[in-house]
Design a protein around this ligand. Sequence first.
Ligand code: CP
Length: 310
Amino acid sequence: MSNSFFQKDIVSVRDFDKQKFETVFQATDKIIGMNQNERREIVRGKTLGYLFFEPSTRTRLSFEAAMASIGGTSLGIADASSSSAKKGESLADTVKIMSLYSDVLVLRHQLDGSSRFAAEISEKPLINAGSGTEEHPTQAILDLYTIRKEKKKIDGLKVGIVGDLKYGRTVYSLLYALSNYNVDVKLISPPSLKIRADSTYEIRKKLQYTETSDLEENLDDLDVIYVTRIQKERFADIEEYVKVRGSYKIGPELVNKIKDDAIIMHPLPRLDEISPEIDSTKQAKYFKQAQYGKDTRAALLALILNENGI
Ligand code: CP
């Protein structure tokens, strides 16, 4: 029997349950434990095609690095303005062409629904690497893996999610992912950046959460502090951005208030919401989180491209 990821699209984390997360986590642990020669046989001869219509550092490069680490190659468009999209070629045609040259596609696009649409068009499995303000499922996979690895469990934890909860797509994927676990969630944001009303019904069905705008008063009992950037590029009115920019800044004085064994995460990029002074503290896990991004993406690619998994 083939593994349940084989040749499947990854469009939304809502398609995952606890068992599917565990399959990716175990595959990740297995790949990390392999030597380089074993690893390079996993997807030898396979090609990843990437299409990035929005800027990226971590997601694109970690997919490329992941594919190389398991023996595959990558090609793609890192900047849509240098592709024929600039001449007016449709997303549908771009995806069709890329699926001729690749075994698996990775798409980042500014529009909600873009990945679902592209997955229907593509003849090869497609991975959503960020679709508008909607979702970023592989970020949620690496986020959960980081929590599991650094806290040794996910169930039973108190998780605070801080910052731009309205526009941050990583927040939605993380909330959908966490709804498979028994966790207490505190959502900490300026009132104008609370999670979107159209998502609260679905999230509330499976997840306990409270909402507040006060960061300092709500840090002391958290096991995980997940900080996000205020997403300037998503604001229709720049004046609204100016009102909320710099709302939260985690500096040394706030780190003194958190639990000794709490972890601080961030999907990155960061602006000023986490001071660089925090980087050397034992609670700072955001760079490790980015490293796990490569490992979990390698596992996901291995599962999608190999019928028998790894
Ligand atoms: N976390 C994340 O998606 O980072 P990039 O935008 O750099 O890919």
